[in-house]
Design a protein around this ligand. Structure first.
Ligand code: FAD
Length: 430
């Protein structure tokens, strides 16, 4: 029975696993030792970021037995804790794209959820600004797109009107989005974890999915303790320490989703998109007693990102960022262990000051301090047309019960609850 299996997993994960000897770098499904324990579970969610947590909660609320696996020691240590924490309105994305649909629906769900659970958030609104007359047409195009996406309340303002409500701002025209806001992502994730746990979800941290194989058209997951992967120092274990046989698997491993899917023996590699990575760094404003802005301030979007914008967190700290730096990935095992380069290089300040001064001329030299960096899990590279979220089910890859989430970059935080709703409705009806 599934429930008794989950109970036994609760007892067994991960401390009682026996590490098999690592004789060679490679293994295949055929060579998995018969001593490796195999367990049936109903649903496995790989990744405890905001998307995986939302999916786990949604499935658990619908009465499913859910096991969440994460290679890190707790939830939300990757992209979900390295972003702007903005609740996006849904303005920028091509009409009818998954990004547009899930952003608008996700925003609605997120505001409701945060209000009901007293999760710190604020609908502070956002101004997208044109700082030169050459940008005005782009601003109109953005507004048209937002209207097509069903974003409420958009208002085009003259520069003088915008500067009246934001005296530190300089612009020639601005688009006001009153429904944009900010959220405390950690509190949100904590609430999702708590609710999922209350509905019986089991969380197994320090637990890495290292691959899988297909048996009777279902995916069997190969599991290892993270500490053993780390200790293997780049040499991949010969054997998984456990094999899980779920009815539904949601691959929500963020930056490593494509690399992980490539390790599912039996999935056609042609359906797995190439991953591209774009680091975004933030700088904070030092010695600020009074926050210079009341709204989020965004320039016109740039290639790969939304431009170096102003975000405020709920403690009043002012952040500028993120820029776009295309970076090379890491090998698959290192990506499972989140060994990406999150360093913030102070030399970027040279670029940040002039970018910010275009709309905030009073920014004082020497007032920026390095903050943090996040990495966008992209499916398109530099100068390529942006790619939509990819949510792959059996119709695409042919494997029953496997849902792959690829390219869940911004607005993934805003969209998380809508993605969860979609997965629970479309892929797990019974
Ligand atoms: C710079 C930046 C700014 C952004 N700003 C915003 C914003 O303001 N608003 C917004 O809506 N969105 C924003 N986003 C997007 C948003 O942060 C992401 O879409 C969202 O956090 C993705 O969540 P996730 O759960 O898919 O991935 P993650 O948070 O990356 O979680 C994936 C999890 O999978 C685990 N994992 C990986 N491999 C394995 C494995 N093999 N086995 C087990 N576990 C594994 C990881 O440890 C991790 O916990 C931003 C993104 C970036 C990079």
């Amino acid at each position: 029975m599934v429930r008794s299996t989950i109970q036994s997993l609760k007892k067994n994960l991960p401390s009682s696993w026996v590490l098999k000897s690592l004789k060679s770098r490679y293994y295949s499904s055929m060579s998995i030792s018969s001593e490796v324990p195999k367990e049936r579970v109903e649903c496995v969610v790989i990744g405890a970021g905001v998307v995986g947590l939302s999916v786990a909660r949604e499935l658990a609320l619908r009465g499913r037995e859910v096991l969440v696996l994460d290679s890190a020691s707790t939830f939300g240590t990757a992209t979900s804790s390295r972003n702007s924490e903005v609740i996006h309105a849904g303005i920028y994305y091509p009409p009818n794209s998954l990004k547009a649909i899930f952003c608008v629906r996700g925003r609605e769900l997120l505001y409701k959820y945060c209000s009901q659970r007293q999760i710190p958030h604020k609908q502070i609104g956002k101004l997208i600004v044109a700082t030169a007359s050459s940008e005005i047409q782009k601003l109109h195009n953005i507004m048209d797109c937002g209207i097509k996406n069903g974003v409420e309340g958009l208002v085009m303002m003259e520069g003088s009107e915008a500067m009246k409500i934001e005296p530190e701002l300089r612009c020639v025209k601005a688009l006001l989005s009153p429904v944009s806001g900010i959220v405390d992502t950690h509190s949100l994730m904590l609430s999702l974890v708590g609710e999922a746990e209350n509905c019986g979800t089991t969380f197994s941290y320090n637990t890495t999915v290292i691959g899988g194989h297909v048996e009777e058209n279902h995916l069997c997951l190969h599991i290892s303790q993270t500490k053993h992967l780390e200790a293997s120092n780049g040499k991949f274990p010969l054997q998984p320490e456990m094999v899980l046989i779920p009815k539904l698997v949601v691959n929500s491993a963020g930056l490593s989703s494509p690399a992980l899917a490539k390790r599912f023996d039996g999935i056609q590699s042609a359906v797995i998109p190439s991953a591209h990575y774009a680091r975004g760094c933030y700088f904070t404003l030092s010695n600020t007693r009074v926050c210079p802005f009341k709204h989020l301030i965004y320039p016109i979007p740039e290639d790969g990102g939304l431009g170096v914008h102003v975000t405020l967190d709920l403690n009043g700290q002012v952040k500028f960022g993120p820029n776009v730096e295309w970076i090379d990935g890491v090998d698959d095992v290192s990506s499972f262990l989140n060994k990406f380069d999150y360093s913030v290089c102070t030399s970027h300040m040279k670029i940040f000051y002039p970018e910010i001064k275009k709309y905030y001329p009073n920014l004082e030299d020497g007032s920026l301090e390095p903050g943090y960096a996040g990495i966008r899990p992209k499916l398109s590279g530099p100068k390529q047309f942006p790619v939509d979220f990819v949510i792959q089910g059996e119709d695409i890859h042919g494997i029953t019960g496997l849902v792959n989430l690829f390219g869940i970059e911004s607005p993934g935080l805003t969209a998380s609850m809508a993605i969860a709703e979609h997965i629970a409705t479309k892929f797990f009806k019974c």
